[in-house]
Design a protein around this ligand. Sequence first.
Ligand code: ADP
Ligand code: MG
Length: 352
Amino acid sequence: MRGAHPLTQGQSSTKNRRRPRGQALGATLCLCLMLVGCSGQMPVTRTGFYLDTVVEITVYGEGNGVSSAQDAADGAMELVGRYDRLFSPEGEGSDVAKINSAGGKPVAVEAETADLIRRACRYSELTEGAFDLTVAPETSLWDFRGESHAVPDAEVLSRAAALVDWRAVQVDGQTVTLRGEGRAIDLGGVAKGYIADRVREYLAGEGVSRALINLGGNVYAMGDKYGGDWTIGIRDPAAALAGEEALVAAVKVKDRSVVTSGVYERGFEIEGVLYHHILDPHTGRPVNNGLSSVTIVSADSALSDALSTACFVLGEERGLALAETLEGVEALFIRADGGMTATRGLVFEKAG
Ligand code: ADP
Ligand code: MG
């Protein structure tokens, strides 16, 4: 792949592998291949650890001067930190924690939290609940990050599944109400995309026209690559499961977000069965439909993020059909058998 792009300098942006205690699976979405320094100016990169993953923001400072590019990159990273606190499942400053512990009472939240939850409800409706922001009673039964690798009891899972219904969420202005006992929201399938959108907006407001925003593989390629397309590598899921870095394809984009949901991100294996973090909301169990990853390309990173999860849950046929109906949305489905299918408008190259 890299050899196919002599002008492209490979850079792998690797999400936190989360293997502090020997966890079986790593966490990476995409590898970014990018051209550095055509303009002669050094890009400014900031790296941080937020949202349980490695966040990397690179600002190309042409015209702004290096110091303003640095300020913009610093400001962008601060913004990620603020949203991380608001949207994380726990912590004092978390709006999500407030909503989940409110016992059905209305909760006043920050404007962005209300905005994100409103969008997440829309995506839940659009995908007929394949993406569902109220999936928390199920996700909380699995420990994909820590070391207690166990499959929850079938009865416990079905009780949790009965609590999942995005229609229980109501947003009025900046007030969120989550009706029903035992319900809770989990924004893990959409928050990174939403934050990427906000960072892009912030950078544009700072006069930045070209940047790469990478939230643990949830990538926004802002602007163009000195007149050309950005090349964003898509990880080979089979290699990723084996703990290796390899690309299976690369998409060519301008001003687009590229988001992948894959089985290799978080999970564990018991007796040869892979249990990963993308759950079917109807059952509370990891989706097992022959797919290994789904990549969504669109100008709206929150939409891409939610759709990558939803299309994975829907499976290749229904997921592809949904993506084809959505204007400005392209998708790439990679199967466990190594095959891949893309929407008609996706511009991509296979590796090798
Ligand atoms: P990642 O977080 O690795 O980028 P995804 O975007 O696919 O991957 O999001 C997976 C996360 O979304 C899970 O860790 C969980 O928090 C949440 N989630 C899992 N299944 C669903 C679902 N069906 N609908 C909404 N959220 C989900
Ligand atoms: Mg997602």
